[in-house]
Each structure stands twice: as C-alpha cells, then as structure tokens.
Design a protein around this ligand. Structure first.
Ligand code: 6R9
Length: 624
C-alpha cells in the first residue's frame, strides 16, 4: 500500500517525489530530522540546490509558454485578465530586477501587503527568484498589525497598492502602510513599491515610494534565478498563537515546494488542462500553497479572484466556474454557509458541469454545509474533499483522496502520504483505536515549518514541549471505528473566525491597552455563518459606566488595533470576571456562558468569588 510505504520508507518515498522539481544541484540526503525537544532540527534535501521561482515559471516555458498560468477575475464583473507562463516570466523577472536595483539581496525580508491582484503573485515569485524572504500580510490587517510584522522580520522593502477592492469596498492599503511606517521602532524599510490599482488618491514620499509600473517598465526582463539551498527560507507567514504576539512561521524552499506541489496534485487529482480555483487570499497559507506555489509548480492554470465569490451576488460563483470551465473549487466552510443561507436559487442559472472536486479547509465543516456543498454546488457529482492542515504544516495533512469515496460529512478522514498522526491524552499517552484526544504528528514531512523567525526557543516550546518528541498541532480530534479522523477544533486559546485564526490573548491585550478598560477576557462562541464569533467580556476602569457609546468605541478600537478580521461580535460589560484564587480568569466558564450553555458550567466552587457567575449569566448578550 502506498501510504504504508510512504511512512515506513520516507527517504525512498520523498526522494522519489522530489524528482518532480528541477534541482540545480541534486540532493543526496533526503531526511535529516530530530523531534527531540533538546535539539529540534528539521532538514529535508539539505545538500540540494534549487530555485522556487524557476520551478514555478521558467521550467514550463519549453512546452507551455503560451498556456494560461493565471486567470484573474476582477472584483466587479468585467473582463478577466489572462496571464500566460511567458508573460508571468516577463513580469516576475522585471520586478525581480527592479527589486535588485533597489538594493534587495538574498536573505533580505520583503513585506507584501497587496490585494488579490496578479501583482501579489509576481511579488512572491520575484522574491523567490532573488532569494529574498517574503512575508505576506493579509490586507484585512490594520496598520498596527502590519507594523508589528514588519518590525519583527526587519523588512527592507514593502510592496503594496494604492487601494484594494473587496466586494465593492475600498481598502486604503497605501494609507495603512504610511501609518505603519510612522511607528517608532520601524527603521529597516528603505523603499515602498506601490502598484497603482484603483488610481485612488494617496500620499507620496519621493524619498521612499517607488511606482510599481515605472519600476518594472524600465527594469531588465532578464534576471537569473538565484541558486538556493533547499533549507534556505522561502517565506515567513505570521499566525496567531494562544499567547503573545503573532508567530513568524518560517518555511523552507525545497521541502515546502515538494510538499505543496505533490499535495496539490494528489489531493485535488490535478490533471494537465484542469482549471483550478482556490478562493483563499494570498495573505493566508492556503493562498500561498494552493493559489500560488503548488499549482504553478505543477504548471497548472490557477484562478485568482480579486473580491468575494458572492459579489455582486450569489450567482457569481457559478458564473465564474462556467466561464472558465473550473474543475476544482477550494474554499472555506464559512463561505459555503454564507451561500447556503441565501438558498439554492442563485445556482439555477449555472451548470457547473466541469467541477470534479470541491474542497474545503480552514475550519470544521458542519454536516449540513457539507451536504449542501455536495448536493447543490457539486450537483451531487463532484467529490467533497475536507482538508485539515495549518500554516505550520505547509500543506494538506489529513484528507480524503479523490476516488476513495467516503461519504462522511464533517470528517477529514485519512492522513496524506508521509503523515503520521496520533491521538494522545493530556498526559501524552497514546490513544489507540477509536477515541478522542490531542492530535499530534509523530514524524516530520517535507512541508513542515522549520522554526519561528528569530525565536527557535519559542518554536520548540510551542510545538514540541507539550508532548515531547511529537509535533503538537493544538487541535483535538476523534478517530472512529474505520480509523477516520474528525477534527473537533482547537484545544488552546486560539479561535477560528470565518476560517481566520485569531489569538484571544492578542485581542485581550488590544482591549486592555484602551484607557477605559480595566480587564478583558475573549472567548470564541458558536456563530451560524462564521463558525466561531468573538465574544468579549470587559470590566471598565473606575469612573466609566457601560454605554452604547463605549460599546461602539471598543468595537472600533479592536478593528483599528488588529483589523476588521477581528471585529467583535458580542461585547458584555461585567463588574467582575470569574477567577481562580490565584487570579487566573476561568475562560471555560466564560465560553459556556457565551454559548448559552450555562447549565453546564461545571464546578465553580474553586472560584475566588462564585457570585460573579450568576451576574454574568443574567447579563449575557447572546441569548438563545
Ligand atoms: C489551512 C489553515 C489552522 C487551524 C487548524 C484547525 C483549523 C483547518 C480544518 C480545520 C477542521 C479542517 N482547520 N482546516 N479544522 N477541519 N478541514 O486553515 O491554516 O489558518 O493556520 O488554521 O484551522 O483548527 O489548527 P491556519
């Protein structure tokens, strides 16, 4: 069996799969890994050299130069832009030359804060071409969040656009960059490349700002691809953890690309000629691996949509599928639920007969949404593929495989090739057979993150200390009688809002930075559309009384500090929060109250003041 071979002989298996790429200098060593907490070290193909951009672009020129690499659908209905591999090569090389002229060198960090336009892909690939490490920041993050990421990685260059467009709304990206760079503590950025996209009005700083089109028009279309060691970093992508500031997840060049490309082919049954559409924003890992790197490494046609697939209305999704003969659709359960809420009617005008695979990722999919996706979007004919993975894993980890039909709405089912999942109890003992526990991975796979940027100690602490010798995913899972995995969600203080990962600690620290807030506790709460919503408990400083004005002020404050992605759904003012005698906030109780499950609060006798609980229940703001 192929799976057994992949986990029993990882060297032979992955050595074989890595041949799909072009190596400038071949590797002899495949896997060199230690999960020992004293010395965590993850290396794949470590003596090989390659260039990721060359693999995603140049390699396809010989036979497929005129093939469409990118189909771009604008926010409002209008002419799509088609970009061939030849054009992609030209665009990427010009930008790479321009970046070099601005002094960007191998190993430098480049922050990319762009909307979903082809220039975002050009920018990522141009970085890869010259060996610069990109860090894409989602356009829904605020100037403060952007500043934190730029500062942490010490970016030399920022690439942005005047404005982004999403569902008809303008996002002032350049303005946000200006605000971010005004932060004290940011001293590394020498230039900002600005793509004129909407032609909206922006401030211009002659010393620092560079016009994207002017730069690339005058730059050389020849730019040699830098030979990179397989273990040289390709990108940093910040993600929320259960504590502290966002973590800079670092991915490699060789192992990451092998895994992204191979998983793209197997999970989505990619065949030459397929048109592949992943709706994720390139600001998230799904966009990195399955809008950009996986599909382009396979020479696929990748469809990129600037805005929302339900804008101007719900018929847009089917229209795009029919127009471009899309064979694979990859989206998030939150999007499926939003469509489902509007009913089947918008799907009567499209055929969607080319769809073979309809996949999801990002959060658990509820069976009702799974069935609707299968019956309506997929017309009962396309296979639903529910993929579990994380920013840290680089690619899909647990998934049904096409053709292996398992009609199990809500189950991610089986490990992908080379992936060794295990369930352990809180003491770290393995749970065998059917059962539920913490989901860990016992051995490495090529797409695994290598470290946290600038903080290897935190990397080891976060992922390898809870269950020594095993990668701790932070998710819980159940395994059924057939050995299929059902992801139950985060077991830590991370919440998943509309498929976006947010740390409750981050939101809490934003709140307590507000002058009127004494204390704050943030929990996730079931939300019909978003999966989880953000429920906030705040106590105000002396002299301030709860009011609709303060409510709105705090909502706007969180949006400003973190970004619209972290928009609070419920805010409850509280006189006091439930705490243990040592002063720890009991979030377990707050989660139950928020979810209207106050009959299941469990033992509250260990609280310093149990009387706060009935007060909180009385004043709850999410009444069922
Ligand atoms: C790819 C991505 C990771 C977290 C992960 C888990 C949740 C992702 C899921 C899923 C249930 C699935 N998650 N896929 N939960 N079923 N198919 O989303 O990465 O943004 O890092 O989020 O998302 O909780 O730990 P990321």
């Amino acid at each position: 069996m192929e799976y057994a071979r992949s986990v029993q002989s990882p060297n032979a298996y992955w050595g074989e799969q890595a041949k799909r790429l072009h190596w400038i200098k071949p590797f002899y060593s495949v896997k060199n890994v230690s999960f020992d907490p004293e010395n965590v070290s993850i290396r794949w193909f470590e003596d090989g050299y390659l260039n990721v951009c060359e693999n995603c672009v140049d390699r396809h020129l010989a036979n497929n130069a005129d093939k469409t690499a990118i189909i771009w659908e604008p926010d409002s209905i209008g002419a799509p832009r088609l970009i061939s591999y030849r054009e992609l090569h030209d665009e990427v090389c010009r930008l790479a030359s321009g970046m070099k002229a601005l002094g960007v060198r191998k190993g430098d960090r480049v922050a990319i804060y762009l909307p979903m336009i082809p220039e975002a892909i050009f920018s990522m690939l141009a970085c890869a071409r010259i060996g610069a490490i990109h860090s894409v920041v989602f356009g829904g993050f605020s100037p403060e969040a952007l500043a934190g990421r730029i500062e942490d990685c010490g970016a030399k260059l920022v690439i942005t656009a005047d404005e982004g467009l999403r569902g008809g709304r303008c996002i002032p990206l350049k303005h946000n960059v200006d605000a971010a760079l005004a932060h004290p503590g940011i001293s590394t950025v020498s230039h900002v490349i600005v793509m004129r996209h909407t032609h909206g009005e922006i401030q211009w700083n002659d010393q620092r700002d560079v016009d994207y089109q002017a730069l690339t028009r005058s730059a050389s279309p020849d730019c040699a691809a830098e030979p990179m060691n397989a273990e040289d970093p390709l990108f940093i992508l910040y993600t929320s953890g259960s504590t502290g500031k966002p973590k800079g997840v670092l991915h490699s060049s060789g192992g990451y690309l092998v895994y992204a490309a191979y998983s793209h082919e197997r999970v989505f049954d990619y065949q030459p000629g397929d048109v592949y559409w992943c709706t994720a924003d390139v600001g998230w890992i799904t966009g990195h691996s399955y809008v950009v790197y996986g599909p382009l490494a396979n020479g696929a046609t990748t469809l990129m949509c600037e805005g929302l697939p339900n804008y101007p209305d719900e018929t847009r999704l089917g229209e795009i599928i029919d127009t471009h003969n899309v064979s694979t659709l990859y989206t998030a359960p939150t999007a499926i639920r939003a469509f489902m809420a509007k009913g089947d009617a918008p799907f009567r005008d499209s055929r969607r007969s080319t769809l073979k695979i309809i996949a999801t990722a990002g959060e658990p999919i509820n069976p009702a949404a799974w069935n609707w996706y299968h019956d309506v979007v997929g017309r009962g004919q396309a296979q639903v593929i529910d993929t579990w993975w994380q920013t840290e894993t680089g690619g899909v980890m647990i998934t049904p495989l096409p053709g292996v039909d398992r009609h199990k709405p809500g189950a991610a089912t089986q490990p992908f090739f080379g992936v060794c999942p295990q369930l352990v109890d809180n003491e770290g003992h393995e749970i065998e057979g059917p059962g539920e526990g913490n989901l860990v991975i016992t051995d490495s796979w090529p797409g695994q993150m290598r470290t946290l940027w600038g903080d290897h100690e935190r990397f080891v602490q976060t992922y390898f200390s809870a269950f020594p010798g095993k990668y701790c995913s932070g998710d819980g899972a159940r395994r059924d009688e057939q050995g299929d995995y059902w992801i139950t969600g985060r077991v830590d203080d991370v919440i998943n809002v509309a498929g976006h990962r947010l740390g409750t600690a981050e939101i809490e620290s934003a709140l307590v930075a507000h002058g009127k807030v004494a204390e704050a506790a943030v929990v996730g709460c079931p939300h019909d559309l978003k999966g989880q919503g953000i429920y906030i408990y705040v106590t105000l400083n002396q002299g301030f009384l709860p009011s609709p004005e303060i409510h709105e002020e705090l909502r706007q404050w969180v949006r400003k500090e973190i970004g619209p992605v972290a928009s609070p759904d419920w805010i409850q003012f509280a006189r006091d929060l439930p705490k243990t005698r040592s002063g720890k906030i009991m979030r377990r109780i707050l989660r139950k109250i928020a979810a209207n499950e106050f009959d299941q609060l469990g033992d509250v006798s260990t609280l310093a003041d149990p009387a706060v609980v009935p007060q909180l229940v009385d004043a709850r703001v999410n009444r069922a």
